[in-house]
Design a protein around this ligand. Structure first.
Ligand SMILES: NC(=O)c1ccc[n+]([C@@H]2O[C@H](COP(=O)([O-])OP(=O)(O)OC[C@H]3O[C@@H](n4cnc5c(N)ncnc54)[C@H](OP(=O)(O)O)[C@@H]3O)[C@@H](O)[C@H]2O)c1
Length: 302
């Protein structure tokens, strides 16, 4: 099968196509023919990672050596299943995340049926579905740790990123009054996806406008709790993407349900083909994508 590996850590040009043996599903695994994957901020960061940090991260990721298959999100069709698999059958459309181990920049992937995988939301394309698991789960998991309540004032810093755009929509769904912080060009659509108010970070400083918040969620890892101390209410929560998150099937199923009910949706900035992976990573490296970048592995009609 065709796969994309990191032949050299650094610029996007280090990504190379290789031919690998297609793996066979173990007893509890499903083998998915991948139709779409994505470029997350994390994929781009791993590709750029230098030693010795790469060695340390590799300990958690089954190695980050030469010729590692990148890619952490996928959507596709189940091709075959192991003998003990009970929830899926060939032909099912599924989406999911590989967890820390990567491997989604490939034509096929085998994952446990109990891992971060679910039936695809009925109303989405493969590209849209592939852009949900990481940004959506991260936003949901972190908002849950903040015990968000209806009517609370929540500020999402970096509302136009992948995590940020899910956080705005989820906080709105949970009944919060949402303020999204983004740059001028993103103000309009961040309001359209649910922010009650927006603050343009290129013009205004949210720490100096006299307002205070019950929850501040830094969705791009650019601010600190100490910066927010004067605008965080007593017992207020500072949440950040820098914290450790956990991927759960329960969260994935909630995201699927909310999408099917029209409560949230993935924001797709650009879609690239598999062959354009270098361009896609170059764009992710700018740090200014709007929502998500999807990669078409197999062009489809859906
Ligand atoms: N803990 C975890 O499990 C986990 C999971 C996923 C992601 N992450 C981390 O979360 C971070 C965000 O990921 P992502 O995929 O959502 O990022 P992203 O999509 O790459 O974020 C890009 C967005 O950030 C905005 N932005 C850039 N600089 C900003 C600034 N100074 N102030 C406000 N907004 C700014 C950009 O808007 P403009 O173009 O307007 O500047 C752009 O829309 C990354 O560091 C990633 O590694 C952590």
């Amino acid at each position: 099968m065709k796969a994309i590996v990191v032949s050299r850590y650094g610029p996007p040009e280090g990504l190379k196509f290789v031919d690998l043996d297609k793996s066979i599903p173990k007893e509890n695994e499903v083998c998915v023919r991948i139709h779409a994957t994505s470029v997350t901020a994390g994929d781009a960061m791993l590709r750029r990672m230098k030693l010795p940090l790469r060695w340390i991260m590799g300990l958690f990721m089954g190695g980050l050596g030469k010729n590692k298959v990148l890619g952490h999100e996928f959507a596709g069709v189940v091709e075959s299943v192991g003998d003990e698999v009970s929830q899926y059958q060939p032909g099912d459309q599924v989406f999911g995340s590989t967890g820390m181990k990567g491997g989604a920049y490939a034509e096929f992937i085998c994952v446990s049926e109990d891992s971060m995988i679910a039936m695809m939301p009925a109303n989405l394309t493969f590209e849209e579905a592939a852009a949900i698991p990481i940004g959506g789960n991260t936003a949901l998991h972190i908002l849950k740790t903040g015990s968000l309540q209806a009517e609370q004032n929540v500020l999402i810093y970096g509302a136009s990123g992948s995590v940020g755009s899910y956080a705005v929509q989820l906080a709105k769904y949970f009944g919060a009054n949402v303020t999204g912080v983004c740059s001028t060009r993103n103000l309009k659509w961040v309001k359209e996806i649910g922010a009650d108010e927006t603050i343009d970070y290129t013009q205004d400083d949210f720490t100096k406008n006299g307002k205070s918040y019950d929850v501040i969620f830094d969705a791009v890892g650019k601010i600190s709790r100490s910066l927010c101390k004067n605008v965080l209410r007593e017992n207020g929560a500072f949440l950040t993407v820098r914290s450790t998150t956990k991927e759960t099937q329960e969260n994935l199923l909630l995201l699927k349900d909310l999408i099917e009910r029209g409560k949230i949706r993935p924001i797709i900035d650009r879609i690239y083909t598999f062959n354009q992976i270098t361009d896609a990573h170059s764009y992710a490296d700018t740090g200014h994508k709007k929502g998500n970048i999807a990669i078409t592995v197999i062009p489809s009609q859906k």
